[in-house]
Design a protein around this ligand. Structure first.
Ligand SMILES: [Zn+2]
Length: 304
């Protein structure tokens, strides 16, 4: 598999995924929060749906690109943050798995909170792992693989991610934040205790506020689902926003649309919206006013 350098440290996991071996149809990615489970799951999902030539993920085929943008119809996230994955959800997943992939050679199910499945939910999944269609692939994320039943574990390849060394954390954070002073990077690398995700959160200032997240969710839903009048009102209201808040809102909205795979948003429209939001966000770097931004969003809102 290509692209493993996106994951810091973890030579053992990388070795098991490196060239010369095909990919399994089911993985358990375990390790503490911030250790790279989501990063690796993203890479595996791209590798599984890639339709390019040579070693996957090629990074250039439409499947790789859509998966990277978080809008591939055959990469399906199961579950919602803060809620357990129920047996009903696994049964729905099972019926869905028997519908052939839309575009990619495979259909990938990502379970970011696999540890929240109770025994019945896990048993329902086990049946699918044993008898499911050959194109279905599963990525189960859990802080502790012990939360997954041994019967399920025996059907999956388990990759355990560990905290990286301080030097590895420094290198990974410096690559991700090339403009930050070396001292800040070194501080974050020391404080994150080998968990890159935590280091990133430290350098990003603890992430965006809850309010920005809520507003972004509203904006995304309004632009993609309407109603038009409410969307127009919302966008017009942005005229009064400060530039910095507007940047944060647009960036957060892009992230949420990317993450919004579980919702019934049509991928092409979601991609178009991401493109437009990014364009509008960039315009803010060139001293375009909030009024213009509001106007552009209004004008483009209904053409996705
Ligand atoms: Zn590809």
């Amino acid at each position: 598999m290509r692209g493993l350098e996106v994951l810091a440290g973890n030579p053992q996991a990388k070795h098991r995924l490196s060239a010369g071996r095909g990919l399994s149809h089911a993985y358990i990615l375990s390790g503490p929060a911030g250790s790279g489970k989501h990063t690796l799951a993203g890479l595996l999902a791209r590798a599984l749906v890639c339709s390019g030539r040579g070693e996957a993920p090629c990074g250039a085929c439409p499947d790789c690109r859509k998966a990277a943008a978080g809008v591939h119809p055959d990469v399906i996230t199961i579950g919602e943050a803060g809620k357990d994955i129920s047996v009903a959800m696994v049964r729905a997943l099972r019926s869905d798995a028997y519908i052939r992939p839309n575009e990619a050679p495979r259909k990938v199910y990502l379970l970011p909170d696999a540890h929240t499945m109770n025994q019945s939910a896990q048993n329902a999944l086990l049946k699918l792992l044993e008898e499911g269609p050959p194109y279905a692939a599963f990525l189960l994320l859990a802080e502790n693989a012990g939360a997954i039943l041994p019967t399920v574990r025996s059907r999956c390849e388990t990759l355990t991610l560990s905290p990286v060394t301080e030097a590895e954390a420094r290198a990974a954070l410096a690559a991700r934040f090339p403009d930050r002073p070396a001292q800040e990077i070194a501080d974050a690398a020391r404080r994150c205790e080998g968990l890159i995700g935590r280091g990133i959160a430290l350098l990003e200032g603890g992430g965006r506020t809850r309010e920005v997240q809520d507003q972004a969710a509203r904006l995304a839903a309004l632009l993609l689902e309407g109603p038009e009048l409410t969307a127009l009102e919302f966008c017009t209201g942005l005229e009064k926003w400060e530039r910095e808040d507007l940047c944060a809102l647009l960036e957060e909205t892009v992230e949420q649309v990317r993450a919004g795979l579980g919702r019934p948003w049509e991928p092409r429209r979601a991609m178009a919206l991401i493109g437009r939001l990014e364009e509008v966000r960039r315009s803010l770097d060139f001293h375009v006013g909030a009024g213009h931004v509001a106007g552009w969003l209004c004008a483009g809102s209904f053409s996705f």
